[in-house]
Design a protein around this ligand. Structure first.
Ligand code: HEM
Length: 271
């Protein structure tokens, strides 16, 4: 016999304790009475959480690649693609933000800018966009500084992909894998050639499928930057950013940058 008294007997604190609901909502602390500020803070917090989840999936993909588990790496990156799609969609939360609405609370940001997001920077390092000059700025946050210092010296997700291809017998030069990992990634023609060899296999071969997941990842990463650029254009136009950059000019350069450059360059010469 079933009973409908069950739920009343269980603790309703369990959900709050597990998810941290009260602590989570307590993190929303607008500084003005402007309702648009609430959307802005929530949109930014949601994106931060999604950046963290993405870092988790990309790190899982790296772990899988290091044990030559290509299927495991692909599964982690596909979960990551779902996260990236949500990141792109998250811009909808700010789509209706007008310049006067944003200007009503912009002064509260002070020097704060998404540019200072260490989680975003970690993702950039994982993509191979390394820049030692970025780390020093986090010296007031010792844990963050230590994480970034460790991550910049470690192989990026792309480095792990190339090391995997090398172990599979593809002609990725050994000295490329041994280079200074803290330096910004430089394209190598041999790597471009190796990707062209990958694409000679049938469409449904594991390596071609994996390469296409990497292209999807790179495309979604560009789309996030382009939607950010449009949000900036809509709300502040060509004004300088709170983080001290020129704003649109600086962001356009960043939005133009390709992740996994040889995967794109390889397409120029594919049959
Ligand atoms: C409409 C609201 C927003 C405006 C006007 C805006 C403006 C800007 C500007 C001007 C920059 C360049 C750096 C600077 O000088 O500050 C920047 C960078 C950045 N912003 Fe935003 N932002 C907005 C929303 C967001 C949100 C919601 C996020 C989510 C976390 C975010 C994350 C970032 C990141 C990660 C960068 C560095 C981008 C890169 O390195 O390419 N921004 N933002």
């Amino acid at each position: 016999m079933t009973t409908d008294t069950g739920p009343a007997l269980i603790s309703y604190a369990a959900y709050d304790e597990y998810i941290g609901v009260q602590r989570l909502h307590a993190l929303l602390q607008p500084r003005t009475a402007n309702p648009a500020e609430v959307s802005f803070i929530v949109a930014t917090q949601v994106m931060e959480l999604l950046f963290g989840l993405l870092r988790h999936e990309w790190t899982a993909a790296q772990d899988a690649l290091r044990t030559d588990d290509l299927a495991g790496a692909e599964a982690a990156l596909r979960r990551g693609l779902a996260v990236q799609s949500r990141l792109v969609d998250s811009w909808d939360l700010l789509a209706g933000l007008t310049p006067p609405e944003f200007n009503a609370f912009r002064a509260e940001l002070g020097e704060a800018s998404g540019f200072q997001s260490a989680t975003y920077l970690q993702l950039q390092f994982l993509l191979g966009h390394k820049a030692t000059s970025m780390i020093d700025a986090y010296r007031e946050l010792p844990d963050v500084h230590a994480d970034l210092t460790a991550l910049i010296a470690a192989p990026s997700l792309y480095d792990d992909v190339l090391a995997f291809l090398h172990r599979q017998g593809l002609p990725i030069p050994g000295d490329h894998l041994q280079r200074d990992l803290q330096a910004p990634y430089q394209c190598r023609e041999e790597v471009t050639q190796a990707w062209r060899l990958v694409y000679k296999a049938p469409r449904d071969s594991p390596l071609v499928r994996f390469a296409e997941v990497l292209v999807d990842l790179a495309e979604l990463s560009t789309r996030w930057r382009q939607r950010h650029l449009n949000a900036v254009k809509r709300t502040i136009g060509d004004k300088p950013g709170t983080g001290g950059s020129s704003g649109l000019t600086w962001l356009r350069r960043s939005a133009d940058r390709d992740d996994f450059p040889e995967l794109w360059a390889a397409r120029d010469g594919m049959q």
